[in-house]
Design a protein around this ligand. Structure first.
Ligand code: HEC
Ligand code: HEC
Length: 310
């Protein structure tokens, strides 16, 4: 009996705590650049940093129509190498994981509140990259401190952005439609030209990820507009081909994408690899540094991800 009492005594405060309303970080926020630490290339000085954070209730289970809280964040950074740059981030705050595109690449996010701190963890599909972020709201609700640690191949990069709440009108530069790729860049010819410039760069990040390569696989250093590399020309044909497949077979839904065939290889496999080939690659990998198996190896090939919701 005593045991039971102790248990209920314990359960009551827990119950109360779980029912306490979570703080809201919705609103328009502007970084205090003197108090913030935003890493970037040398000689680049951020001149303005704005975020719009929205909180929504969305269906998280199509079958049961259960709803849960989602956070959508749009951030604009001015003064960087591409002029204006926008980033979008969207995740559920249910403690359950969800896969969403982040910087063009499928990322598994998990987020939950602890007191006045919202913690977000993200893992990039098929790559040794982790994002860990906290949003800390001041007791008066007027200051939001966003601390981010990105770990790539075991190397860490940190940023701290201290933001203050703004009137809704302050978000105007971020609500203006962004310049399109065809006007923002010099030499864009495919149907990617109608994408907003930042989404176009996210698409580039997706290409690099889908082929298991970096930007320099298709681009000569420091001249993205150049068509010197054959790989870039091939990629243009591939963009057209992929769009045609989806238009002709899937009512324009992006069912077939670069990853569908490439699976992080430059040359898609025509058949599964044989045991001796796998053993040879594993041997090669053991001689290579790095915590994770490199892409392009059957053992490391992740299962096909769910298409992120469009
Ligand atoms: C698989 C090949 C491929 C990879 C990898 C790739 N790109 Fe591209 N990139 C292209 C193609 C193709 C175009 C031209 C698209 C068009 O004509 O519509 C392009 C165009 C661009 C442009 C426009 C340049 C201009 O002024 O016309 C920029 C900027 C760019 N890429 C940046 C990047 C960055 C940054 C990365 C790495 C994150 C990257 N690209 C990775 C194929 C690639
Ligand atoms: C339907 C399957 C398929 C899709 C979808 C696809 N590719 Fe390919 N891609 C291939 C095949 C097969 C090859 C190899 C052709 C060869 O070996 O000559 C290839 C080759 C390439 C190459 C040349 C690699 C090299 O080493 O020269 C690039 C670059 C490329 N693809 C980019 C892309 C991009 C970017 C996308 C998405 C827009 C894409 N591909 C979508 C099948 C596909």
């Amino acid at each position: 009996m005593r045991k039971l009492l102790a248990l209920t005594a314990f359960a009551v405060p827990l119950l109360l705590r779980s029912q306490a309303p979570t703080p809201s970080i919705a609103g328009v926020w502007k970084a205090d650049l003197d108090k913030s630490i935003i890493p970037g290339p040398p000689n680049v000085k951020v001149t303005n940093y704005l975020s719009i954070i929205e909180e929504k209730q969305v269906v998280i289970n199509r079958r049961t129509q259960e709803k849960g809280p989602e956070i959508d964040e749009t951030t604009g950074v001015w003064g960087g190498p591409h002029g204006e740059e926008r980033m979008t981030l969207s995740f559920l705050v249910t403690g359950r994981s969800v896969v969403r595109p982040y910087q063009g690449v499928p990322t598994e996010f998990t987020a939950s509140w602890q007191g006045r701190t919202l913690s977000l963890m993200g893992e990039t599909a098929g790559r040794p990259q982790l994002i860990s972020r906290t949003y800390e709201l001041s007791p008066d609700g007027q200051t939001l401190t966003v601390h981010t640690i990105t770990t790539t191949n075991g190397r860490q990069q940190q940023s701290t952005v201290v933001m203050t709440k703004q009137p809704d009108s302050a978000a105007e530069p971020l609500r203006k439609p962004e310049e399109l790729a065809e006007t923002h860049f010099k030499n864009v010819k495919t149907n990617l030209k109608t994408m907003p410039a930042s989404a176009f760069i996210d698409q580039m990040r997706y290409f690099a990820w889908a082929l298991g390569k970096d930007c320099q696989f298709c681009h000569v250093q420091d001249d993205f507009a150049s068509d010197e590399k054959q790989e870039k020309k091939t990629a243009r044909d591939m963009i057209q081909m992929t769009a045609n497949i989806d238009a002709n077979n899937f009512k324009n839904r992006p069912e077939v994408q670069c990853f569908t065939c490439h699976e992080m290889h430059t040359h898609p496999l025509a058949y599964p690899q044989f045991a001796d080939q796998i053993a040879a690659m594993q041997q090669q990998q053991q001689n290579r540094p790095g915590p994770n198996a490199p892409a392009g190896q059957p053992g490391a090939t992740p299962p096909p991800p769910q298409h992120p919701p469009q």
